[in-house]
Design a protein around this ligand. Structure first.
Ligand code: HEC
Length: 170
């Protein structure tokens, strides 16, 4: 771990911030750092109660903030899935799901299959056909049914989240 870097913390193997913060907290609580071979020589470098208090006062709020953020992110993600499903349901499924196979989707409702299809580009989410054609108002074919700006943003955001969460092909 490189302590010369302030936040975000940097360490070999790029563990998550929360993992690093929890590791620091645990080392301090069980006094496993600095190593004994070091503190046996430099006794005044041992972590004492006052050090512990200071380090915890730094680490604990950060852990709380990250956990809170991740909790909220999880919620918006659930909302995103629901929102996108609703948009596609209203604007696309009529022709691309439930036995209607226009454009070779098989079934747009099957999200996993949709994400793997050529209509989605997880390397470059906003290049995805389902997004681009919607943006260019080519899909749905009737312009009156075109996606609103907000619906387009939602679709794009969803694709970006999917891209972030899908590990790249080996
Ligand atoms: C009224 C029917 C209808 C609706 C609604 C509709 N589409 Fe289509 N879509 C088609 C047809 C027909 C084709 C095949 C036409 C073609 O190949 O040019 C197609 C093809 C596509 C393709 C594939 C294009 C290609 O070149 O392979 C994509 C991607 C697509 N639609 C996305 C969408 C999305 C996203 C929505 C909703 C926002 C949507 N469509 C709504 C009828 C529809």
């Amino acid at each position: 771990m490189d302590f010369s870097q302030k936040f975000p913390l940097v360490a070999k193997g790029k563990p998550s911030q929360i993992a690093l913060l929890n590791a620091i907290k645990n080392e301090v609580l069980d006094r496993s750092m600095p190593l004994k071979i070091y503190t046996n020589v430099y006794r005044n470098r041992k972590i004492n109660d006052s050090d512990e208090e200071k380090i915890l006062a730094w680490v604990n709020p950060l852990i709380d903030t990250i956990e809170e953020f991740e909790e909220r992110f999880k919620e918006t993600e659930i909302n995103l899935d629901t929102l996108v499903h609703k948009i596609l349901d209203q604007k696309c499924f009529r022709c691309h799901a439930n036995g209607n196979d226009k454009g070779g989707f098989e079934n747009m409702q099957d999200t996993k299959a949709l994400l793997k299809s050529r209509h989605v580009n997880l390397t470059n989410p906003s290049e995805s056909e389902i997004y681009k054609l919607s943006l260019e108002k080519k899909m749905p074919p009737n312009r009156r049914d075109a996606l609103s700006d907000e619906e387009l943003l939602t679709l794009n955001e969803w694709l970006e989240v999917q891209a972030r969460e899908t590990p790249p092909n080996p």
